[in-house]
Design a protein around this ligand. Structure first.
Ligand code: URA
Length: 435
């Protein structure tokens, strides 16, 4: 077997065998296959497509390319949750404590921000002292003792995905359904939970903008999960405008705390309860998803979810006082207001433009090596459908660097469209697959 024959086969529309896919994944991970050949194959996948069996094989080859996590020492049905990436998406900080407060063990590995989208690990690191790295034994012990641990993914898990993803990022091969599905599911399966809830985003701030394509992605990911013996549910949700009002690491932690207090924006509250309800159902705590919702709601209203987040923060070395005093989170030294140029109704807030603006404040990375400014970001004052008057504040941009703030402000201004017609708020939850 050799790489040139594999590239030619796919280039000409052929179907790769299990052995060929394994040969590529192993060789590229070990370094015996060079970037240029891997890039050629990825582009051939992109144009020729990848069928179901090939997606399954690619997922499996990447899943077993490094360590896999054994969670069998943790009692109960472990449920994982994953978002395909969005702007202002802090649901993990809310759903994971809610599910854990309802008795579902959550042993979760999360990622960092990618491009204009945020990542849970960066958000957690805005909590002073919070450790996102735990030794494996400590990770398992903590989940058994407290019901929850949130950490960053270790370098030893799915190294093939790490390398292939980095290459896709710079070769124009990210937005492919089979490549995205196998990338996400290889990590989820290697992370060892018994059931998985996927939040598949659609709209301008998502990798799959089109709702139908997002549903196809959700469907194939459910099939991969089920084929691996895991109950998997995909919720297709709106990412045409940012989720909630806060975008940026410490700003989002503060909003997650407010939401767990029952005072969060409507959309983030609704989605977090939906996802937590499904986690509680898949975790076997209730008989129906509707009962899961009620249980999640009770954990929110009783404050049990907030208490769980506080315990998690303290257990992982963070300052638990941030729960009652969010002003202890990093705060930016400068801010700029975006104001409405005309009166009317907010027609749209382009999630991608807000994500890019947030990235420009320093809240995200422009190059892989960049350090993240944990206090920077954007707070929306208005959402789609809201009435505005000329000169009224639409959003506040926060940061610590004048030039970055200026470029972020320019980006953020592009995000808002204001018009005379009344508009409906976009439907948040479009579809649920696999329930
Ligand atoms: N997130 C991933 O982990 N992989 C992709 O390919 C896209 C989003």
């Amino acid at each position: 077997m050799n790489m040139i024959d594999i590239i030619l086969k796919k280039r000409d529309g052929g179907k790769l065998s299990q052995a060929e896919i394994q040969y590529f994944v192993r060789g590229y991970t070990e370094g015996s296959i060079p970037d240029y050949q891997a890039s050629a194959l990825l582009m051939a996948f992109f144009f020729r497509g990848i069928d179901r069996e090939e997606i399954f094989e690619l997922t499996n080859a990447m899943r077993y390319s490094g360590d896999t996590v054994d969670l069998s020492d943790i009692r109960g049905i472990k449920v994982d949750k994953h978002s395909t990436g969005g702007v202002g998406d802090k649901t993990t900080l809310i759903t994971a404590p809610l599910a854990a407060a309802c008795g579902v063990p959550v042993a979760k590995m999360s990622g960092r921000g990618l491009g204009f989208t945020g990542g849970t690990v960066d958000k957690l690191e805005s909590i002073p002292g919070f450790r996102t790295t735990l030794e494996p034994e400590e990770f398992l012990r903590q989940v058994n003792e407290t019901g929850i641990a949130l950490i960053g993914q270790t370098a030893h898990i799915t190294p093939a995905d790490k390398k292939i993803y980095a290459l896709r990022d710079v070769t124009g091969t990210v937005e492919n359904l089979g490549l995205i599905a196998s990338s996400i599911m290889s990590k989820k399966l290697a992370a060892g939970s018994d059931a998985i809830v996927l939040d598949v985003k659609c709209g301008s701030g998502a990798f799959m903008e089109d709702q139908q394509r997002a549903a196809q992605l959700g469907q194939i990911m459910c099939e991969i999960g089920v084929a691996a013996g895991k109950r998997t549910v995909a919720v297709i949700t709106d990412m045409s405008q940012p989720l909630g009002k806060a975008v940026g690491n410490s700003l989002e932690v503060a909003e997650a705390i407010e939401t767990l207090r029952g005072r969060g924006p409507e959309d983030i509250t609704q989605l977090s309860l939906k996802l937590a309800g499904i986690m509680i159902y898949l975790g076997g705590r209730v008989k129906t998803e509707a009962e899961g919702q009620i249980m999640a709601q009770q954990a929110l209203h009783s404050g049990a979810g907030l208490e769980k987040l506080k315990n998690l923060i303290i257990r992982q070395g963070g300052k638990g006082e941030v729960i009652d005093h969010p002003e202890l989170l990093p705060e930016a030294s400068m801010k700029r207001e975006i104001v409405a140029g005309s009166s009317g109704f907010v027609q749209a807030i382009d999630a991608k433009a807000v994500g890019l603006a947030s990235q420009h404040t320093g809240a995200g990375r422009l190059t892989k090596e960049d350090a993240v400014d944990l206090s920077a970001g954007i707070l929306l004052r208005k959402k789609v459908g809201d009435k505005v008057s000329r000169g009224e504040c639409l959003a506040v941009v926060y940061g610590n660097n004048k030039n970055k703030l200026t470029s972020a402000q320019k980006e953020a201004e592009k995000a808002f469209s204001i018009g005379k017609e009344k508009v409906e708020k976009p439907q948040l939850i479009k579809n649920i697959l696999g329930l």
